[in-house]
Design a protein around this ligand. Structure first.
Ligand code: GLC
Length: 703
């Protein structure tokens, strides 16, 4: 019997100790000359904490010191700095860290995870840093840090898969075989050595175990899986309503609009600019009548402004981060001088959570936590600024997470529905509270490519509800880029167009008819697939996933970066280069069907797929069951009838019904319909009967 186990390695007194997860501890290990064995997992604490899975070595400390690249002479450092060329690792003192772990790197190992980092699927040969950072420059492969700090990655090789969660909140760097090819390492800027080794045969198993440590993804309200339109900013109710009405007139489905910071009174959080938005409730009501819900931006920075109620309450309640002398720390964000709530403090989280009633009372349905790295316009927040849980140096990377918790708890109390929170900054475990987006990307093809690998790696880091600003945030998009990006958006867990001030309008109706029509195909596809996507969200595995998660034995997909799976059954090969109307698609072994035409393929090879401008190549696995909506719903509420699209073969799928809004499904208000396919026979069984719904659905054979 395989044993599920997680090994915790800590260094309370600078000597690694091995602590075994409760499940393993309940069984006495077999001890054999320094090797402790539980089923298929063995550990040798005195041999570099060697970890074996099914007898194969998965992970072990590197037995020799690291071999850093030689540093440059000081005069050359100065010379390079003068033109801004200096790589960070050459800065004086850059290689001094409080804690460091170095592990052997097998020649055939690939590395995944680490959240939203740039680059491609496999992180081997790259180095990164976890220090939540707001950097709106075009984010290229060599970028080391971005908004999120998820200290989790997986090392996958022919020996199996080893997940590593480095449980330390300080600034952390990771080198995945960039410095030298035969080791990887991570280093913390403070704190203690404390990490978990999560062994498994393949990434899926490791990911499931990782969630047992850090928490499950929260199922969102069903409308959240629809399409959202956003810009920085819609300035007036009229602009918002005109946008929604133009979408509706053009048969462009829509479920959500976002109000960015300009709805506030001079960027004071928990205010409405009453000149522009005199009747927020009336606006939300008018949008509700159109089946559209509103999500409002909310930043942590509170304007320092005596007399402004949030600031006054914050001072009176000791809610703000402090300088070492006890005074309120003053940074600056959109409102100018700003104080930062200390979300690591329970009282402050409750206070903030209560404040959210200001938004929910107006009918706002989602909260968009932005700038919560926290970003600060006056430069880095000093290390010694004080929070309840420690210094800024210690809590910076978890600040966004705790803002997420405050928002989650506040929204749940105020609204009662599944809280929808979109966050920019987060850390390991934030999936318990938040959905996330990839921050300020640009309208460039490189960022379309990047967004796919960011979403796949976030999925592999346990954060499933994720998406990028479709069309690109900064810079001006082009019609073709927008069309192709909408195609990836249609299969992204979170699908939102958002764009920056001063860039060209990016609502799909702002373009010529051919572009709008091509984008509409993707919006319709999203709503067609929505019942399937909602099922995937229920199943708690990444909605969008790299092929390695489904085909771990196929070495070819270990580094495949430009294709993805939507759940276990559909594979997409998005076009992410201009001027392309056909592309190479790798089909893993087995039988595949073109999703649109039903054409049958035998996998284990590349094919050339047609990719006309308005269509994303999609393939279904043999035996795939895809619950879809019928007709052309213009919002999630309009999804009335569903059918099962089925491809012959062997497979199964669980389709869910719940109220789409509350957490009642967790306590049994849930219906599940198990659909099994064998050849050309379909069997449907109600496996949970806690919510009304059909006992079976009409089957449409797609091939
Ligand atoms: C940040 C966000 C962006 C938002 C802007 C104004 O740059 O990342 O999405 O539009 O702030 O609030």
């Amino acid at each position: 019997m395989p044993v599920s186990g997680i090994i915790r390695v800590t260094d309370g007194k600078h000597k690694p100790s091995c602590m075994i997860s409760a499940k393993l501890r309940s069984r006495a290990p077999k001890v054999d000359s320094g090797r402790l064995t539980w089923g298929n997992i063995s550990v040798e604490p005195e041999n570099g904490m060697a970890l074996y899975y099914n007898g194969k070595l998965l992970c072990r400390d590197y037995p020799a010191p690291r071999r850093p690249r030689t540093s440059l002479p000081p005069e050359e450092v100065a010379q390079l700095m003068s033109e801004g060329h200096l790589p960070a690792e050459f800065l004086p003192g850059a290689d001094q860290w409080a804690v460091e772990v170095v592990k052997e790197l097998a020649p055939d190992a690939h590395i995944y995870g680490l959240g939203d980092k740039t680059g491609f699927l496999d992180k081997r040969h790259y180095a990164y840093e976890n220090w939540n950072t707001d950097d709106p420059a075009p984010q290229c492969d060599n970028f080391q840090r971005l908004y999120k700090s998820i200290n989790f990655f997986m090392v996958y090789s022919s020996a199996g898969c080893c997940g590593i969660l480095a449980d330390n909140t300080f600034r952390t760097r990771f080198d995945f075989g960039k410095e030298q090819d035969d080791y990887y390492f991570w280093s913390h800027d403070g704190g203690q050595l404390d990490y978990y080794l999560i062994p498994g045969k393949e990434p899926k198993e490791v990911l499931a175990k990782y969630l047992t440590l850090t928490g499950k993804n929260k199922l969102q309200q069903k409308w959240v899986y629809g399409f959202h339109q956003s810009r920085w900013s819609y300035y007036t109710p009229r602009e918002v309503l005109e946008t929604v009405d133009t979408m509706r007139e053009n048969r462009l489905p829509l479920d959500g609009v976002f109000l960015d910071i300009d709805y506030m009174q001079n960027f004071r959080v928990f205010t409405f600019n009453r000149d522009r938005f005199p009747d927020p409730k009336g606006l939300m009501k008018a949008l509700g009548e159109r089946n559209v819900k509103v999500t409002c931006s909310n930043d942590p920075g509170v304007k320092i402004d005596p007399g402004y109620y949030v600031y006054d309450e914050g001072v009176a309640g000791e809610h703000f981060a402090k300088n070492p002398d006890g005074s309120v720390y003053e940074g600056a964000v959109w409102p100018g001088p700003a104080a930062f709530p200390d979300f690591t403090r329970r009282e402050t989280r409750s206070w903030w959570g209560e404040k959210l009633r200001f938004l929910t009372d107006a009918g706002v349905r989602g909260v968009w936590n932005d700038m919560n790295e926290p970003a600060n316009f006056t430069g880095p927040i000093p290390d010694d600024v004080r929070f309840a849980a420690g210094s800024h140096k210690e809590v910076h990377n978890i600040y966004g997470h705790f803002m997420g918790q405050a928002t989650y708890e506040g929204l749940l109390a105020a609204d009662g529905r599944r809280p929808f929170i979109l966050t920019r900054a987060c850390c390991a475990g934030s999936q318990r509270y938040c959905a996330a987006w990839t921050g300020d990307n640009h309208s460039i093809w490189a960022h379309l490519q990047l967004s796919l690998t960011q979403m796949m790696n976030q999925g592999l880091s346990g954060l499933y509800m994720t998406g990028a600003d479709v069309g690109g945030f900064g810079s001006d998009t082009t019609p073709e880029l927008l069309v192709r990006w909408c195609q990836l958006g249609a299969i992204s867990p979170f699908f939102r167009i958002h764009y920056a001030k001063g860039t060209r309008n990016q609502e799909v109706f702002s373009f010529d008819k051919a572009t709008m029509d091509a984008c509409r195909v993707s919006l319709d596809l999203r709503y067609h697939l929505l019942p399937y996507i909602y099922d995937l969200a229920h199943a708690d595995m990444p909605i969008l996933r790299p092929l390695v998660l489904e085909f771990p034995e196929d070495e070819h997909v270990w580094t495949l970066t430009d294709q993805c799976m939507l759940g276990p059954s559909l594979m997409a090969a998005p076009v992410m280069t201009p001027g392309v109307t056909a592309r190479a698609v790798y089909l893993p072994k087995g039988v595949w069907y073109d999703y649109y035409t039903g054409r049958r393929y035998t996998g284990g090879k590349y094919i050339l797929a047609e990719a006309p401008l308005e269509r994303i190549p999609l393939f279904a696995r043999a035996g795939a069951v895809i619950p879809v909506s019928q007709g052309k719903p213009q919002s999630v509420e309009e999804i009335r009838s569903e059918v099962l699209e089925v491809f012959p073969g062997k497979g199964s799928h669980v389709h869910y019904y719940d109220d789409g809004e509350t957490l009642a499904y967790e306590t049994g208000l849930l219906r599940s319909l198990k659909v099994s396919v064998s050849g050309r026979t379909v069997q449907q069984t109600v496996t949970r009967d806690g919510y009304p719904g059909p006992d079976s659905l009409e089957v449409i054979w797609k091939a």
